[in-house]
Design a binder for this molecule. Structure first.
Ligand code: ADP
Ligand code: MG
Ligand code: ZN
Length: 424
């Protein structure tokens, strides 16, 4: 509705239907939104499209997207339109009506995202069209197509650098090809005199130890975990507001410096907690996922989930708050049959359309796959995001002696059965 503020986070949910950013997306979105030249290297499936689509919605004028494959462009335009975004494509595959419709939308300033095939840039009218349309940002997908030595070289991509100069707008380039030479060539051709901010962070956060445990007595488990990390700043995530309050009280009674945080508190109280966490050493914040956006504390030493998060993306984002300074950080995620039931029910009872519910279930299942991993967890996590690393040596499965591992088999089996049958 019109009252929703157009923050990236709000649009992420309302337009794209995602509850959190994928690794790396938030930083890139912020840079593109701010109008900086950017080059983002992200694995396939990492979610590059969102990194230009979302800023396009927040910015004035039209964002031009140059993409090499007509089928993909049409796909994206269809998806965006279904989400209520004014998007259109000018490609050789258009019918005359489709092209007319795009021109009309451009003329009355409705269009937010215009996809164009690179061939189209060669046409005489392209520049004046884009000027007239108030094009304020260029996004180049599959930017490695500009590399003359690559397999996917597209000569028309060579025109993009001139187009950027002529329009005088920022350019955001995206590719999954990370090798040094290709990167240098992309920069030389697309940004010869205005070097971009480069985003080349793999998804791995090797300093974060990953661990899961089946819930047994969750309160005792969290208290024991905190006791082993006394005096270190940490976050405990809970699924409900009530639980943040009871658990934070339990931690205080056990002699910790702890407070709770959730969306039901008034803004002043929330700000106080945020400030204390930032400034004090060794504070534990027991919170719902409302705690996190804008928390920029480098030395959070541990994050525990007292309940299973709702998706693998949410999990990654929440544990990712630990150890931003690169020093060792610990995480523990508790889960049990009740969590799975709760999370499934939350998806089913939501008002989202069926395709989105299916996607939410898939993201929950991916997290359960991680919880039930029988090998290195980091491999499972990073494979989900498109990488394929060696076993990490810094997760509970990598460190677990085989003997202990076998002892947890019956519990795993029981949980697997629940997952498979869906019978609660
Ligand atoms: P890439 O272009 O990097 O290969 P895409 O932009 O095609 O990746 O996105 C890959 C998949 O990830 C898509 O299905 C997309 O809907 C999904 N996706 C992107 N961002 C998110 C997010 N923040 N949360 C959940 N899923 C996401
Ligand atoms: Mg893509
Ligand atoms: Zn591992």
């Amino acid at each position: 509705n019109d009252l929703t503020p157009l923050t990236p986070q709000a649009l992420l949910a309302s337009v794209f239907g995602f509850s959190s950013f994928r690794p790396g997306q938030a930083e890139i979105v912020e840079a593109v939104l701010a109008g900086r030249n950017t080059l983002a290297i992200m694995p396939t499936g990492g979610g590059k499209s969102l990194c230009y689509q979302l800023p396009a919605l927040c910015r004035d004028g039209v964002t031009l997207v140059i993409s090499p494959l007509i089928a993909l462009m049409r796909d994206q335009v269809r998806a965006l339109r279904e989400a209520g975004v004014e998007a259109g494509a000018l490609t050789s595959g258009n019918t005359d009506e489709e092209t007319e419709e795009v021109f009309a939308a451009l003329d009355d300033g409705r269009l937010k995202i215009l996809y164009m095939a690179p061939e189209r840039l060669a046409s005489a009218g392209a520049l004046s069209l884009l000027r007239r349309a108030n094009c304020t940002l260029i996004a180049v997908d599959e930017a490695h197509c500009v590399s003359q030595w690559g397999h996917d070289f597209r000569p028309d991509y060579l025109r993009i650098g001139d187009l950027r100069r002529a329009l005088g707008v920022p350019l955001a380039a995206f590719t999954a090809t990370a090798d040094e030479e290709t990167r240098a060539e992309i920069i030389a051709r697309l940004f010869p005199e205005a070097p971009p901010q480069v985003f080349l962070r793999g998804f791995d956060r090797p300093n974060i130890h990953l661990a899961f445990a089946v819930k047994d007595n969750p309160r005792r488990q969290i208290l024991a975990y905190a006791a082993a990390r006394k005096g270190q700043s940490g976050i405990v995530y809970c699924a409900t507001r009530a639980k943040t309050e009871t658990l934070s009280r339990a931690l205080e009674e056990a002699g910790h410096l702890a407070c709770h945080y959730h969306g039901g508190m008034d803004p002043i109280e929330r700000r106080t907690v945020e400030r204390r966490f930032q400034q004090e050493d060794g504070l534990i914040v027991v919170a719902t996922v409302a705690f996190g956006m804008g928390i920029d504390k480098p030395d959070i030493r541990w994050v525990a989930h007292a309940d299973l998060p709702k998706s693998i993306e949410g999990y990654y984002q929440e544990i990712g708050r630990a150890g931003r300074d690169g020093a060792a950080a610990d995480t523990l995620t508790l889960y049990g049959p009740d969590d799975i039931r709760l999370r499934r029910a939350q998806v089913d009872e939501g008002l989202a359309p069926p395709e989105r519910k299916a996607a939410d279930h898939a993201r929950l299942n991916a997290l359960l796959g991680l919880a039930e991993a029988t090998g290195c967890r980091r491999q499972v996590l990073l494979r989900y995001f498109g990488e394929d690393p060696e076993p990490c040596g810094n997760c509970d499965m990598c460190r677990l002696p085989a003997r202990l591992f076998n002892a947890t088999q019956p519990v795993r089996k029981a949980l697997s059965a629940i997952l498979r049958t869906g019978e609660w």
